[in-house]
Design a protein around this ligand. Structure first.
Ligand SMILES: [Zn+2]
Ligand SMILES: [Zn+2]
Length: 367
């Protein structure tokens, strides 16, 4: 039996055997875990014989290579927002006590990890179902999504090709996937809005009128570190001190690695199956979270792949087809898009609500 959508609701339902596609299963053990990979019948690939091997020359260039000035302006504002954020804390010492700063830096750190991993699930759902479209119609994707695909499956050094566009794409990404309900890249607008609102308050009132202005910019500080963490993982150790030419960034990342906030070895495991399969992915976090949180995301991914009996494209002729995804693959992608998208959409207001409660509790404790 296979989960298939009905034409009217678009929701997966069980259909009769004569309409279902026959799948064959193959097991592969990686990192001590056995994965089940599904293939359409008659296309059973030999994973050793058909590793992914995309010639970079056949890729159509992504249009993000233009618009350099738009990215430069956004990146300058993003960097300035960190300075403004800490300046606002300094100017409001009654609200931003050292304890409050530690608590809010911690909360926003966890927000950013969950936000990243939910988006990462979505990326891999897209990679596993639209591989050929990345090659032939890259303009279909946000630059971060495209370069993450290229980094996984074509050239691991792709992140550094247009590093400015790569970093800024972290704030260009929509909260919901473009195929879903909300197509607006919310943060691209919220970041400058918050920045100018806070700057105006500091200028006219001498302090931040809402602590949430600072919380929101703290979220953006972590997002910046999130973007650079991935670059840090892939710059060879010998080049790290020159790649991060602004030395404080290099020092911060060296400290992160020592205390375990970042883990290069764990990120290598995330890439372990890049050449063999699109459905075998784990370790969706780039920075530290409790182990069970990391495992929860991996279990979610595997359960969705199994529930939809997602066909493994590696080794099949469909790998290079432009949008050659079947109805089942499309529904798999939409399901992850909606479930992860829902998490992403509620995570930001939820985090800001927690921050708001924390400020309230601290104000009561002070009285
Ligand atoms: Zn990945
Ligand atoms: Zn990587």
């Amino acid at each position: 039996m296979l989960s298939q959508p009905t034409a009217t609701t678009g929701r997966p339902t069980i259909v009769s055997k004569q309409n279902s596609v026959a799948f064959s299963r193959e097991s592969k053990t990686a990192g001590g875990v056995t994965h089940t990979i599904y293939h359409a019948a008659g296309e059973k690939p030999n994973l050793e014989k058909y590793p992914i091997n995309v010639d970079p020359k056949i890729l159509v260039p992504h249009p993000a290579t233009k618009h350099y000035w738009r990215y430069a302006i956004q990146y300058a504002l993003w960097n300035m927002s960190h300075i403004l954020c800490f300046y606002a804390m300094y100017k409001s010492p009654r609200i931003w006590t050292p304890l409050a700063i530690i608590a809010h830096v911690g909360i926003t750190f966890f927000y950013d990890q969950l936000n990243f991993a939910l988006g990462h699930l979505l990326l891999h759902a897209s990679f596993a179902t639209r591989f050929g479209t990345y090659i032939k119609r890259p303009e279909q994707f946000n630059y971060l999504v495209y370069v993450a695909w290229k980094h996984h499956y074509v050239d691991v050094q792709a992140l550094g090709e247009y590093w400015l566009q790569y970093r800024v794409s972290y704030i260009d990404v929509c909260i919901w996937h473009p195929h879903s309900v909300l197509k607006v890249p919310v943060h691209q607008y919220l970041l400058p809005f918050t920045y100018f609102w806070l700057a105006f308050d500091l200028w006219t009132q001498g302090e931040a009128t809402s602590p949430l202005q600072v919380d929101y910019l703290l979220i953006y500080m972590w997002r910046h570190f999130q973007a650079m963490t991935h670059e840090y993982y892939h710059v060879p150790s010998s080049r790290q001190s020159t790649y991060f030419c602004f030395k404080p960034f290099y020092w911060v990342f060296s400290l992160f690695e020592v205390v375990g906030v970042t883990d290069r070895a764990l990120h290598k495991e995330h890439h372990a199956d890049d050449r063999n399969a699109l459905t075998m992915v784990d370790h969706f976090f780039d920075m530290w979270v409790p182990k069970w949180v990391d495992e929860l995301f991996t279990v979610y991914w595997r359960s969705r792949v199994a529930a939809f009996q997602l066909k493994e494209l590696v080794g099949s002729p469909d790998l290079m087809k432009d949008d050659g995804s079947t109805r089942n693959e499309h529904i798999f992608f939409l399901t992850i898009s909606k479930e992860a998208g829902l998490g992403l959409a509620f995570l930001l207001p939820f985090t800001l609500f927690i921050c708001y409660l924390m400020h309230g509790m601290m104000a009561i404790a002070e009285v």
